[in-house]
Design a protein around this ligand. Structure first.
Ligand code: SF4
Ligand code: SF4
Length: 454
């Protein structure tokens, strides 16, 4: 009878408990119950959507200084609004940590711990806390691979939080050992490489740079990238791409010594100003190209052109070399293709696959080369495991990405592939040695195709 007709005092206790529950939600981890639906409404439409605190294409440095625009968040309120919601929406489930390739490599970094510490800032008043939290969480370890976003049950994006936190560190002049040297090099020479130590190699385009306004414009401009010009291993990729373009009879050009770094690594390391300077420099060079189609073989250049340069007024069509070469093979423009009997696995570069959804073209290209048997790695496509280079990690002094590359190379050996093929010069540079130790040869997709059309 008491259950059917509860006593008034029981009813009062019930409502009191319900009110207490609502009152403690904002101060407990239950906050995610309210914050997750809000997050789903305010989250950015695209992956790896970084905030743009200032824009050098329409603001001068004096205007930025006069407006006291923070170069990175000094306190909680200076994070973008959607990130504040994200902190509260984190359920602390640790799934991002379980899948994070940087976790367990000795840096003590965990995306879940970072999110948890930032969530707690809603009860802290110390304005210096963001820098302290970023340092304590070793945010320099993150490769910005995006695997955490794939793992998160509510679609949170810890890597954008990492980049924002790195801006806080950069604002204070804190960079990882090795990274500050590379960024100084970039600021001084517009290249991450030192030309005296690693001299550039030039490829010969069919249309000389800059294209003559009186002649037929080129079909595309090949942006080789600073690795493709300076790194001896990546130079072989540029040569393979150039030979395939010539074989297909394409009218193409390339800026050669006029090229500069797209600034991708500077942005990931938190130096937004240097990134924007490089972006504007790159776009100024491309104004002379007389065509809008930009070919790249570096997944990081691809991401910069495809996703980030629109903010600075770019009106370009970027194509990754795996897509273009696949088109050329499908159209029969490369002539006969010889059989290459081998077992091949494709490693999806994070900035080509997970961040930009390009998974199929390289696989289709491999399938169109007779004799190749394609196998999938244990983690592939959206679940691809990072090689350890991204996020500026390759520029750190102590090469901490090596453990990640070892793990990825071991997956290639487990798949019994004889060839590990990829589509980014940085992945190749990380994976080549550990894969060779496991008896697996590593190639870029352009080198594989060049072997088949010889
Ligand atoms: S982006 Fe990659 S390395 Fe960085 S936190 Fe996410 S999973 Fe870890
Ligand atoms: S997976 Fe998402 S919800 Fe879970 S701890 Fe990581 S960021 Fe938070």
């Amino acid at each position: 009878i008491a259950q059917i007709n509860p006593a008034p005092q029981n009813e009062f206790v019930h409502y009191l408990l319900v009110m207490c529950l609502f009152a403690i939600i904002p101060f407990s981890r239950l906050l995610h119950i309210v914050a997750v639906p809000v997050w789903l409404l305010v989250r950015p439409d695209t992956r790896l959507s970084l905030s743009v605190p200032f824009n050098l294409s329409n603001q001068s440095e004096d205007e930025i200084t006069a407006a006291d625009i923070p170069l990175g968040p000094r306190k909680r309120e200076e994070f973008p609004g959607h990130m504040l919601v994200a902190f509260d929406a984190c359920t602390r489930c640790n799934r991002c940590e379980d899948d994070c390739p940087a976790n367990g490599t000795g840096d003590g970094f965990s995306p879940a711990s970072l999110m948890k510490d930032l969530q707690k800032t809603n009860t802290l008043s110390d304005s210096n806390k963001i820098v302290t939290i970023a340092e304590a969480n070793q945010v320099g370890a993150c490769t910005t691979c995006g695997r955490c976003e794939e793992a998160c049950p509510v679609g949170l994006d810890p890597l954008s939080v990492v980049v924002e936190s790195r801006r806080a560190l950069a604002y204070e002049g804190h960079f990882e050992a090795g990274q500050s040297t590379s960024l100084r090099q970039l600021a001084a020479s517009s290249s991450m490489w030192n030309s005296e130590k690693t001299p550039p190699s030039e490829i010969q385009p069919s249309v000389v740079w800059p294209p003559d306004p009186a002649s037929e414009p080129p079909e595309l401009v090949y942006w080789v990238g600073c690795a493709g010009r300076h790194d001896p291993r990546a130079q072989k990729i540029s040569s393979a791409v150039a030979s395939l373009l010539n074989r297909a009879g394409i009218r193409w050009t390339t800026p050669g010594a006029n090229e500069c770094c797209t600034g991708d690594a500077a942005r990931r390391m938190g130096d937004e100003g240097l990134f924007q300077q490089q972006a504007l420099g790159t776009l100024a060079v491309l104004e002379q190209a007389r065509c809008k189609r930009v070919l790249v073989h570096c997944a990081h250049c691809f991401n910069a052109f495809a996703k980030e340069y629109g903010t600075f007024g770019a009106d370009l069509e970027v194509i990754h070399h795996s897509e273009l070469l696949n088109e050329l093979v499908r159209e029969g423009r490369l002539g006969s293709i010889q059989a290459l009997p081998s077992r091949v696995a494709f490693h999806d570069p994070c900035y080509l696959g997970r961040h930009n959804g390009r998974f199929d073209a390289p696989r289709e290209l491999i399938d169109n080369i007779p004799g190749l048997e394609r196998v999938e790695l244990a983690e592939s496509r959206e679940q691809s495991r990072c090689c350890g280079a991204g996020g500026g990690r390759i520029w750190r002094e102590d090469e901490p990405g090596a453990k990640m590359a070892d793990r990825r190379a071991a997956q290639a050996a487990e798949s019994e592939a004889q060839l590990l093929v990829t589509g980014c010069n940085f992945c190749l540079s990380m994976l080549e040695d550990p894969a060779a130790q496991d008896g697996v040869r590593t190639l870029d997709i352009a080198e594989l195709l060049a072997d088949a059309v010889r």
